[in-house]
Design a protein around this ligand. Structure first.
Ligand code: HPA
Ligand SMILES: [Zn+2]
Length: 347
């Protein structure tokens, strides 16, 4: 098959190589969502945990979701096999190898402290495992990183405040705090006080908003939580004033196309609004969210939207540039990567 991209005929293989070679950052990635069924079974065997599935294939066939909640129920079940620091290390390093193979040069990974604390797993164990993998990934694969713990929004603000207290002794290991889990019925404003405290402690903020929830949740994430990025945010299109504001402020959206299809946010990739948002000048980026559950890592997501929405070579470069712009890298590092992306024009 052939595609005409910017007057240049590219084959499927050309496109894959071109997109893979573009330096890019992955900014919306739940590390617990990278738990592949094979690892779930291996860790369950290691810890003597009985899983409610006969085998890997049976578990994978349960990955058939109708909405966000149906996914979260299975995702929180999967987390139970993560017990010691080596488990978190293995999980994170396996993800980094995928990311490296896809040409990802910088990752900002989420984790859910409350889903580990409530099982009696201390944060020292989680941070030890994740950070050992991230340090190895930087040394051996050249991937730089940031870590972003998220509060579970289906729990109370008080629980989030206690989680923040538990996180503060590890402040050197993370740069921002996020908000995830079941969106509808749990608006960002529910967490205004704890996020004010997060900012007062010197951290940046991000929040999932406008995945399934209304545009008002995106407004609240901006105005109440003072976020630096909106995770997902695709629901903004229903509100013209909001779209104008997002474009004007170059407020990044970390869009996860494969996730959006698997969780029925859009019925098919061809109906995804990513291209329209990009054309309106929004700072759209592409990430994989929970790749083990949705069946697509960074490159799969980029290629899926390229094909379904006929994105050009320039569009793909814009997505890569946006991912660097939206990252929490230093300005110097950002400039270095933007120059490398510019060099790909001739690639
Ligand atoms: O896609 C998501 N949305 C909300 N919460 C989540 N926690 C893991 N993945 C997600
Ligand atoms: Zn997410």
């Amino acid at each position: 098959m052939f595609f005409i991209m910017e007057e240049k005929i590219m084959t499927d293989t050309d496109i894959v190589s071109f997109v893979r070679a573009l330096p890019k950052a992955e900014l919306h990635l739940h590390i617990e969502g990278t738990l592949e069924p094979e690892m779930t079974f291996a860790l369950a065997a290691k810890h003597g945990i009985q899983l409610p599935y006969a085998n890997v294939a049976a578990l994978r066939s349960a990955y058939n979701f109708s909405n966000l909640q149906s996914f979260l129920d299975i995702y929180y079940q999967g987390v139970q096999v993560l017990i010691d620091a080596d488990d978190f290390f293995q999980l994170t390093y396996a993800y980094l190898q995928h990311a490296h193979a896809d040409g990802v040069i910088h990752v900002e990974i989420f984790f859910d402290p409350q889903s580990h604390l409530e099982r009696g797993i201390p944060l020292s164990v989680v941070f030890e495992g994740i950070n050992r993998a991230l340090a190895k990934g930087e040394a051996e694969l050249g991937i730089t990183y940031r870590v972003i713990p998220c509060f579970l929004r289906h729990l109370s603000e008080e629980a989030a405040m206690q989680t923040l207290e538990a996180l503060l002794p590890y402040r050197e290991y993370f740069c921002a705090v996020g908000l995830d889990s079941s969106e509808n019925g749990h608006p960002p404003s529910k967490f205004s006080n704890v996020f004010a405290r997060v900012r007062a402690e010197g951290f940046l903020t991000v929040a999932h908003a406008g995945e399934e929830g209304p545009p008002s949740y995106i407004w609240e994430a901006l105005d109440d939580l003072k976020v630096s990025r909106i995770d997902h945010g695709v629901g903004c299109e229903a509100d013209e004033k909001l779209c104008q504001r997002l474009a004007q402020e170059r407020m990044p959206l970390t869009v996860c196309p494969v996730s959006n299809i698997k969780l029925a946010v859009f019925d098919r990739m061809e109906s995804h609004n990513l291209k329209r948002l990009l054309q309106r000048g929004l700072c759209v980026t592409v990430s994989s969210d929970d790749p083990a559950y949705f069946g697509g890592y960074a490159l799969d997501n980029l290629l899926a939207v390229q094909q379904a929405l006929d994105l050009t070579r320039d569009d793909m470069m814009t997505l890569a540039r946006n991912s660097i712009e939206a990252s929490f890298l230093s300005e110097t590092d950002k400039q270095g990567w933007q120059r490398k992306i510019d060099a790909c024009v001739h690639g």
